[in-house]
Ligand binder design. Structure first.
Ligand SMILES: Nc1ncnc2c1ncn2[C@@H]1O[C@H](COP(=O)(O)OP(=O)(O)O)[C@@H](O)[C@H]1O
Ligand SMILES: [Mg+2]
Length: 243
């Protein structure tokens, strides 16, 4: 199967094919603060910097302005990827402002419905030839569209359309309860953490599913450092009955 490198140090070695299945949808779930947003941005930013893959980041949870600032702490210059390449290597879409009733100066925005998401994505795809997309987060998107079941269906349709165009999609989601998207996405990665006797917290990652692929199936330690997410494939962590 055709694969792409995830751009996340240590992650690709967990997959038989040496990376994510190209053109598929991968769901990243985990509680708040578990690292989903950083994970998604790193997939795009390293994809752009290391593999020249143009990316689209749809942000429902944060203002794009804040993302640009926050990611500087990892040494990632989003504005450079947006402005200094033609077509841009990264495009941010503002799904936050309309949701909370703010005005915005962003070039790409999403009103509170799915039509505009699909329209905006298509427009950017045509303009940039993006091959990596991240939607952050599905949980928030589901709260702004009236019928959550409809959202999931549309997301799947969208994933299929994006996949046809060779686009690999990462979706983030807060809940660990089994939603339609967990059954439907081809891949499922879980982010979590546990507490050590010292009171420190340790970050954990599990590749729970990657359809059509053999993959590691154990919790591994990961860290978020000043360079971003880094997985330690050699550190398998047993967590008893925790899920
Ligand atoms: N520069 C940094 N260095 C180390 N860790 C950071 C840095 N910036 C953010 N973090 C960590 O990353 C976490 C943010 O994760 P995030 O991706 O926003 O979580 P989620 O999207 O799952 O809620 C922060 O809570 C913090 O612990
Ligand atoms: Mg987040």
């Amino acid at each position: 199967m055709n694969t792409i490198r995830s751009g996340i140090p240590g992650l690709d070695s967990l997959f038989e094919g040496g990376g994510f299945p190209k053109g598929r949808q991968i769901l990243v779930t985990g509680p708040p603060g578990s690292g989903k947003t950083v994970f998604g941005l790193q997939f795009l930013i390293n994809g752009a910097l290391n593999f020249n893959d143009p990316g689209i980041f749809v942000s429902f949870d944060d203002l794009p302005r804040h993302i640009r600032t926050d990611m500087k702490s990892f040494g990632w210059n989003i504005e450079q990827l947006e402005k200094e390449f033609d077509p841009p290597l990264l495009t941010l879409v503002d799904g936050f402002s309309a949701r909370v009733g703010l005005t915005t100066n962003e070039k790409f925005t999403i009103r509170a419905n799915l039509d505009s998401l699909l329209m905006v994505l298509n427009e950017i795809l045509e303009e940039t030839g993006a091959t990596r997309v991240c939607i952050d987060s599905l949980s928030t998107l589901s709260t702004i569209v009236k019928d959550p079941v409809q959202v999931r269906k549309e997301i799947l349709t969208m994933g299929a359309i994006l996949g046809e165009q060779g686009c690999t999609t990462m979706l983030t989601s807060e809940s660990s309860e089994s939603g339609v998207e967990e059954y439907s996405a081809q891949g499922l990665i879980r982010l979590s953490y546990d507490e050590l006797p010292t009171g420190e917290f340790r970050r954990l990652i599990l590749v729970q599913k990657m359809r059509g692929f053999e993959h590691d199936f154990s919790w591994k330690e990961f860290k978020i450092t000043k360079d971003g997410v880094k997985i330690f494939p050699e550190r398998t962590i047993g967590r008893g009955n925790l899920r």
